[in-house]
Design a protein around this ligand. Structure first.
Ligand SMILES: Cc1cc2nc3c(=O)[nH]c(=O)nc-3n(C[C@H](O)[C@H](O)[C@H](O)COP(=O)(O)OP(=O)(O)OC[C@H]3O[C@@H](n4cnc5c(N)ncnc54)[C@H](O)[C@@H]3O)c2cc1C
Length: 605
């Protein structure tokens, strides 16, 4: 039997993105011994890629903003299947969390009078995104890391968690392997916080990095926890479409926030022709009004390019399908046009959107200060995740917590831009705090259960058994991505999703026959083989929930049920592993919004 090392901590945090780092800082501040385990190097978590900003009603740019408006925007964006309690906590606590980042050293862009500058973003009524140019995630990770390393948190970098250990129905630790050397470690813990991010790698075209294989979702599911809202996958409207090697890389909404407009091949600003009733009174009537809004005119309403992401993405798909797309299968996003309005437009664009300027120049040979970009939808974010208690972030398994993109509840059917970074720090902090208390109050100190650990290691090494396996993990992964993109993508239909389930089932069977050559030392084929099981679980969860929701709402668009269904507007899809090992999905009624918050929603219009 392959050996393993044992470690013991009060709280184990899986993931070193914004949610994981904030959870670890808080757990440590509460007196717990804490370890962070992360798949990549510290500093490389996906949060580092976040561009546009972090949403919080600081009201530095527009004093009309408040937690009430932020709450109401988030609920409307989520089409009212959000957890109202999470939306309330988030709107109330985000400003404190942003100011705390500033106290810990984050240098946000400034207003003329030295306050934190806030920018416009889709679905937010007022300028609300604190930002650092278009590199906000980098500043956030840098700040949290700098602060975190002084809290005495241990970090296990380039370790992938394979399984959550569960004893007597509660989370008791994890088993992980070292990606470099292939060695195993078993951690016993009083509480485990999942902060593993999203699932974008289940699709072919995505803005997400290699890490996003749905590990936290799958780890929780396998441990017996519930997942929720998995049908709601956000397709960001603007990813790069050309050249093919960069297809899917994000083009931040900040471009539209700074005045960028969407045009079809006929040069028409097509977003003006399709404004949903829910947003009619908040949307500009004319391009001139839209421009004034982006320049901070408080009497102007936002341009239709800043409607919610689900809607903008669908309008782009319509233009492409109806033959009005750009040469490489997207539409045009033009920020260069602002030179008609601003004297030093090129410098302004480079200052406001330095990464975008660089990205297009280096990767596509396009100067965005002079030419339009070609953009199209890209799989970006999953609103669904581990179902948690809104206040504590504990899942249905005692001692197992989840925060950030791998948790769920805040965003409902559609996330507003900027609401993820604030989600990470608001609920990361809460998860860390409650996990530390749980570990202190409830912990039964024990060593890891060696028989569980040995079985997990045995399964992880199965694919090295060259005599039995014939399948290539990369081919299975790529087939899954192709099929999810084609059959469970931005426009969904029953027959195609049923076909997707059949494919997933076949791929599951094939994945049991995966074979990997070489040894355990930095073996990417092995890592891909181990990730496969997670991708297949999330793909199935997305497809089953999407099939069950026979309506179009937020990020889910069903061509066979194009309208909203009033009854389905009252439910969430909950997923768990059934007693026979099969995936089960059911609808549960959304907890009703209490009267005082209903009044807030109505008052904010
Ligand atoms: C290009 C881009 C731009 C974005 N811009 C914005 C923005 O401007 N504003 C906004 O609000 N949101 C934005 N988002 C969304 C936001 O960045 C993410 O939702 C958020 O960063 C997720 O943070 P997290 O802490 O949940 O996870 P991550 O930052 O992804 O961290 C996940 C961590 O988990 C680790 N991990 C995963 N699996 C395992 C495992 N099995 N074992 C051990 N470790 C594991 C990873 O190594 C990593 O450390 C953007 C997303 C993208 C792709």
């Amino acid at each position: 039997m392959i050996g393993y090392e044992e470690h013991r901590y009060d709280v184990i945090v899986i993931g070193a993105g914004g949610a994981g780092l904030r959870a670890a800082i808080e757990a440590s501040a509460q007196g717990a011994t804490v370890a962070i385990i992360c798949k990549s190097l510290l500093g490389k978590a996906h949060t580092v890629m976040a561009e546009g900003g972090i949403a919080a009603s600081l009201a530095t740019v527009d004093q009309r903003d408040s937690w009430k408006v932020h709450f109401s925007d988030t609920m409307r964006g989520g089409q009212y299947v959000n957890s109202w309690r999470m939306a309330e906590l988030h709107a109330k606590e985000a400003p404190q969390r942003v100011r705390e980042l500033e106290e810990w050293g984050a240098v946000f862009d400034r207003t003329h009078d030295g306050q934190i500058l806030q920018r416009n973003f889709g679905g937010h009524k007022y300028p609300r995104l604190a930002h650092v140019g278009d590199r906000t995630g980098l500043e956030m990770i840098r700040t949290l890391q700098d602060h975190g390393i002084h809290q005495g948190v241990d970090v296990f970098m380039e370790f992938t968690v394979l399984r959550i250990l569960v004893e007597s129905g509660r989370a008791s630790g994890v088993v992980a392997y070292d990606r470099q050397r292939g060695r195993f470690k078993a951690f016993s813990a009083g509480a485990v916080v999942l902060a593993t991010g999203g699932v974008g790698k289940a699709f072919k075209i995505t803005s997400n990095s290699w890490e996003y294989t749905g590990d936290g979702h799958a780890l929780a599911y396998e441990a017996g926890a519930e997942l929720m809202d998995m049908e709601f996958v956000q397709f960001h409207p603007t990813g790069m479409v050309w050249p093919p090697s960069v297809r899917g890389i994000l083009v931040t909404e900040g471009v539209r926030g700074e005045g960028g407009v969407l045009l079809n091949s006929e040069g028409k600003r097509f977003m003006f022709s399709d404004i949903p009733d829910l947003y009619l009174n908040q949307t500009a009537d004319t391009p001139e009004e839209g421009w004034r809004y982006t320049q901070g005119d408080k009497d102007a309403r936002r341009p239709p390019e800043l409607l919610t992401r689900d809607h903008v993405a669908r309008c782009i798909v319509r233009e492409i399908k109806e033959g009005r797309g750009s040469p490489h299968g997207g539409v045009f996003l033009d920020i260069a046009w602002i030179k008609e309005k601003l004297p030093k437009a090129a410098e302004h664009i480079k200052r406001k959107l330095p990464s975008m300027y660089h990205q297009f120049k280096e990767l596509a040979g396009i100067d965005i200060t002079n030419e339009p970009m070609e953009v199209g939808p890209t799989t970006h974010y999953i609103m669904g995740g581990v179902r948690v208690d809104p206040d504590s972030q504990m899942s249905s398994i005692p001692g197992l917590f989840a925060a950030g993109e791998c948790g769920t509840g805040l965003h409902g059917a559609n996330r507003l831009g900027g609401n993820s970074l604030s989600d990470l720090v608001v609920f990361g902090k809460r998860a860390g705090e409650f996990a530390a208390h749980f570990a202190a109050d409830e912990r039964v100190v024990s060593n890891v259960d060696s028989s569980q650990v040995e079985e997990i290691i045995r399964q992880a090494l199965n694919c090295f058994d060259g005599d039995t396996g014939t399948e290539n993990p990369y081919l299975i992964q790529s087939e899954l991505q192709d099929k999810m993109q084609a059959l469970v993508g931005i426009v969904r239909r029953e027959d195609e999703m049923t076909q997707a389930l059949e494919v997933i089932d076949q791929l599951k069977k094939r994945s049991r026959d995966v074979s990997v050559p070489g040894n355990r030392e930095y073996n990417n084929g092995w890592h891909t083989a181990l990730d496969l099981g997670n991708l297949l679980i999330v793909a199935e969860a997305i497809t089953r929930s999407a099939l069950l929701r026979k309506e179009s709402r937020g990020a889910q668009f069903r061509a066979d049920y194009p309208d909203k269904d009033k009854d389905l507007g009252q439910v969430n899809a909950v997923i768990c592993k059934g007693p026979d090992g099969r995936m089960e999905v059911r609808h549960e009624t959304v907890s009703p919004v209490p009267e005082h918050l209903q009044d807030v929603i109505e008052e904010m219009g």
